[in-house]
Design a protein around this ligand. Structure first.
Ligand SMILES: [Zn+2]
Length: 286
């Protein structure tokens, strides 16, 4: 049983790209998020799996129908923050205010608690562990933000698979980190975003088999724009452009293959199966 997750944001929610950095402009651009998220819900439903939709509060506030549709279809709704700002760029107080706004919007829409968080661009890095305490204070019961390999805007050395993180205040937060395969000494991400788009199928399959041999669930993470072949193109440096737009035509086929050959569940359910009871564990004032 693997974990299937989608970070629900629009095509312009990219970090550190000057042309799309100003939130005042976001409302002036055509949106893909409603149509493409509904398509994702239908696609996952076709195979009978359940997924976690980590939603941006900014998106949920404008398009309340998405969280409601995901929730009604039996999926989990988690938070991806409100403004999509990197955690390590914020103070604990700024992070708390952003997260509270997002959790309030989402829990109101689904009529129940929001349990999990995925940081924008996996931006919990060594030194920002205070974020776990803020999450526990706000009633969240697990995190799915750690990326155990070097990357442009994040990266956090940790073990693969579900584990407990001890927070600076001494509390415990269940963590479901992203999946990184080993290719000799090289760490190779394979299960989401740009990596799933541009890696050939055999490398993705190789990653899944490596995890399955060790009985560790893989975490798939994708965005609506990963499937959007006609997505508006944003001016950016060549290397970033490759990472943002390469292989979009291949995402659907690769995902369909995985959905038809394996079993997938929400992040909360995978954590529970691994012995981490996020539904029952409550930290801090939550
Ligand atoms: Zn994001």
């Amino acid at each position: 049983m693997h974990s299937l997750s989608f970070d629900i944001e629009d095509w312009f929610h990219m970090v550190e790209i000057e042309a799309v950095a100003d939130p005042a402009k976001w409302d002036t651009w055509p949106s893909i998020v409603v149509k493409r998220t509904r398509w994702i819900i239908d696609l996952v439903g076709e195979y009978g799996h359940k997924a976690t939709f980590f939603m941006l509060g900014w998106v949920a506030e404008r398009y309340p129908e998405i969280a409601k549709a995901a929730h009604a279809a039996g999926h989990e709704v988690g938070t991806h923050s409100y403004w999509h700002r990197k955690v390590y760029d914020l103070s604990p107080e700024e992070f708390r205010a952003d997260m509270k706004r997002s959790i309030d919007v989402l829990s109101d829409q689904i009529g129940g608690p929001v349990r999990g968080f995925r940081a924008p661009s996996f931006s919990i890095t060594p030194g920002t562990e205070w974020a776990f305490d803020v999450m526990l204070d706000l009633g969240l019961t697990y995190d799915a933000s750690l990326f155990p390999a070097p990357r442009g805007h994040g990266g956090y050395p940790c073990v693969q698979g579900a584990h407990d993180v001890t927070t600076p205040s001494g509390r415990v937060m269940p963590e479901l980190p992203m999946s990184i395969q080993r290719y000799g000494p090289a760490p190779i991400p394979f299960s989401g975003g740009g990596y799933m788009r541009f890696l050939p199928r055999f490398m993705i399959e190789r990653g899944f088999r490596q995890f399955e041999r060790k009985n560790v669930p893989v975490v798939i993470y994708l965005h609506p724009r990963d499937f959007e072949v006609d997505c508006p193109r944003v001016p950016m440096p060549l290397k970033r452009r490759f990472k943002c737009y390469t292989g979009m035509k291949t995402t659907e086929g690769k995902l369909r293959h995985l959905l038809s050959t394996r079993k997938f569940a929400t992040c909360a359910e995978v954590l529970e199966r691994e012995g981490f009871p996020p539904l029952h564990r409550r930290g801090g004032a939550g």
